[in-house]
Design a protein around this ligand. Sequence first.
Ligand SMILES: [Zn+2]
Length: 747
Amino acid sequence: MASIGTRLAALLGSVRRPGDFFAAGTEMLGAPSIEVEGVGPVALPLLPVQIKPLLRVATPAPYGRGTETLVDSAVRRCWQIGPERVRLGGRSWERTLASIVARAAEGLGVADPVTAAFYKLLLYDQGGFFVGHRDTEKAAGMFATLIVALPSIFAGGDLLIRHKGREARLDLQAEAGEVAFAAFYADCLHEVLPVAEGCRLVLVYNLLRVGKKNPPEPPDYAKEQDQVATLFEEWRKDEDRPVKLVFPLEHAYTPAEFGFAALKGADRAVAGVLAAAAQRSMTDLYLAALTVEESGAAEYVERSGWRRGEEDEFEAGELFDRSVTLSDWRRSDGGTTVLGEIPVKEDELSPPDALEDLDPDEEHFQEATGNEGASYERTYRRAALVLWPEGRLFAVLVQAGLAVTLPFLEAEIAALEASPGEDWTALRQRAQKLATEIVAAWPNMVQGWNDPDHPTETARMLGLLTRLEDAAGIARLLERGLADRGFVPGDAEAIVASLEPLSPPQRPRLIERIVRGMADEHLETAGRLLAMAAKVGMTGLNDAAKHLLAALPGDPARAPARHSWGPEPRVRPSFVVDLLAGLAAIDQEIAAAAVEHLLAWPKTYDMDLVLVPALRALTEGDIRREGPASAPLIAACRAHLARRIAEPLQPPADGRRESTVGCRCTHCIALARFLADPFEKSWTLRAAESVRRHVAETIRRAEADVDTVTDRRGRPYSLVCMKNQASYERRVRQRAQDLADLARLDG
Ligand SMILES: [Zn+2]
């Protein structure tokens, strides 16, 4: 069976195409000829001099009331000339009229053959008007009135047509050489406003349907409403469904006029059918701005036959990326909504090809730069009606992702917390339902290069679930994070806090599971989690602590197989801080074993890069460094610092500098000779750019005591090297740091 979007579009197709309660336009008027008995030929545009002769042969136009025909200048002020006195001539007029009748029939949505019977000529001179009225049926088969305004000069005299709460206002003014026309269903209330000046000259026709007993009526979509409502009922029950339906509209709307009340023509008719059907089938209806953004490769098109110097031209080539989103939501009752930017999926469009062959609202080409090829960006903007079965709001929100759902849930929970009243249960159910949907759709977290100490959205969601006291949701999200290895150290605090709803024995068991699951590849997260759990006083963490100890990197014999091909994971000082703080609080023996491990593998746990900075952080924190476990670590660091402090520290006595460099090429040997020379203060290397760059790189790698500058006089340029005291200054800074660190350790 066709998709629901296809079926909805098919049902609404008959609402879209046939017209409205009125139709209007202008038509070219080719060589008209109009002759009025007693006046003669009438010139067009109407000349003022001919108005009086016309009025002389005209009679006051009456109006019908019930079965009576009355003349009352308070109701109608206008002059008529009957068809028997008017002759309309010329083959071109016949063609013009046929075209007008065809357009009027189409505009009114009448597919059957229609004929126009000339009824009378009307003159509304200055002050002429006709109050609101409905036309009486003047001939069998008549269903509508056609007004053709002949070229004449007048102001005012607008025609108002009303039908079921809608109103059209037409001035029936035409350019030179044209006639303006309006047609409307006979049962539409209509009115002619007073003519301010000049004279309005119109031909009135009855529109008749040929050979049919029942005249057509203004569009009535009761049948479509029934069918759409039935379709929506079916949609509600369908599990294998699009979550929502998106029906793009035909007309463009400015932001100022955007709303249900301002919909035009067929869009309004469609919205009317959908609103009626939605109300009957418990379906939510919204109006939203639909934005399509496309980007892709642009292709250069060489113009032929154009003068040189013309701008290059591009055309859109392969499409790389396309996004379709909804925003600026309007409710059908005119209210607003907090719905944000929500994506549209392909199967939600009605009809499925609704967005094909659109003309872009914006198109930009970007010329090729560097290694990027030429590209284009296109934007399409439409209005769309959006529907989903009541109660599916959350599923729609979840489509938009965490950027929309988490703030929404946060607002719901805040409302819940602020409302101890009788609606608390309903609010909680709502928030609970949304939370369940969010967890069910939890994305695969991709660990990027973000700050690992910053909490992820998992932590944020755990915080919300904790506020909701949703133990099941917390358990599901933790399982999910565990399966994806989706936690970072920054999440540890939220994880530990989320265990509150669990029973005391369950908590350390879950910590152990996560530590065990994370320790191999996400050691830092496991360490932070254990430290956090110990910090809040959780007990029963010994097994978790043992797992962490067993997972410590450093010993090649103990390294897991998956690490054997790659470098050892880099250990940050913050991990050692977490490790020692956590283990010391859990079990001194395990902590002592960990310290022994750290000291056994100095390549992984470098004194200056890892251990001393870690101790620095620990002594600033609340760890008791006198603890038996950390004593050997403190002793080792102290010995390391003392050894370096004992080294002599003097500025260079002469020009001699450390001259060991990593390269033995002739230029680098010359550099080394310069560095070892007690007298030379500077050395100039005049050489090609590649040689200068190589020597500068050797200096940088060797951390040689040399400043370099390029002398751009003459060719080739020169690299000028001047000796400095950089390594001595580094040692001075190191000495100050070592003394401070030692003082801190000596406490
Ligand atoms: Zn070299």
